[in-house]
Design a protein around this ligand. Sequence first.
Ligand SMILES: NC(=O)c1ccc[n+]([C@@H]2O[C@H](COP(=O)([O-])OP(=O)(O)OC[C@H]3O[C@@H](n4cnc5c(N)ncnc54)[C@H](OP(=O)(O)O)[C@@H]3O)[C@@H](O)[C@H]2O)c1
Length: 280
Amino acid sequence: MSELSSRIAVVTGASAGIGEAIARDLSAAGAMLVLNARRRDRLDALARELGGPGRVAVVAGDAADDDVIRAMLDAARDRFGGNGSGGGGSPREADLVVVNAGRGLRGSVYDSDPTQWEQVIRINLLGAARLMRAAAERMAGPVPVVRGGPVPAAPPCPPPDWLDRPRDIVVLGSTVGRHISPFSSMYGSAKAGAHMLAESLRRLMAPRGVRVTLLEPGIVRSEFQGAAGYDPESFGKFMESIAPVLAPRDVARVVRFVVGQPAGVHINDVMMRPTRQEYP
Ligand SMILES: NC(=O)c1ccc[n+]([C@@H]2O[C@H](COP(=O)([O-])OP(=O)(O)OC[C@H]3O[C@@H](n4cnc5c(N)ncnc54)[C@H](OP(=O)(O)O)[C@@H]3O)[C@@H](O)[C@H]2O)c1
């Protein structure tokens, strides 16, 4: 039996770069997959390559949209959740959600393109928050109504099967979300927010047996640099000056290592850079 063969995974931003590499790696480790991104043709091709409808479902659309998020999680349950294996006669929900879809933006609050700001905040921060919330609710039950203060009255318990069945939410942050960079500060501020959401969700979910992991890569060569509007010549020279930069498969290998730990072990937060990247 492969190491992740019992897992039902959802990966956003799976049509390119890091998300595609994570999807390939999780599939190789035996997980069943729901793939999301906006470019359906690419997802369909990847799904065919990874085993077709029996192992991979595609939900194309904007990962910041509530309906798309619901459709991804429903597809995970309805296509791969079986009957009754989720307890109480109900199918299992997704137990591995990778919050990866995102985009960069060259520049600071002073010199970045302000027409891009809303999209950058929408996918990197609001979309990530919506998916984190929906995934947590599927894994740990309905969001509790808290009255009279931020601390729940009684400590929550994990589900009875939690040690046999790990549950993971993996959030793609960035070194730029932790180390202030004037060259990428609108994007960095969205990632800093995602960092806070991930760690605060970890604190709420830990007693419930759900691992929320923040993964903060440095420079990874992908379509990211083009989408962010980096100048190919000068950024290309910079990447050569610290070569080799990370490849998407390097990040995927770390995700597989983190989620492959026994359910009682959680690697909370990973920062990884190309060895020769000193900053950010
Ligand atoms: N590359 C880096 O240096 C680096 C470093 C640190 C962190 N990260 C983070 O890692 C994640 C993946 O980046 P990457 O390097 O793999 O970039 P990439 O190669 O540009 O891939 C981005 C992926 O996100 C998808 N996407 C973008 N907006 C979306 C939306 N609104 N709804 C659904 N999917 C969307 C894209 O697909 P479609 O266009 O088909 O929708 C694509 O599959 C991002 O969160 C990024 O911020 C990247």
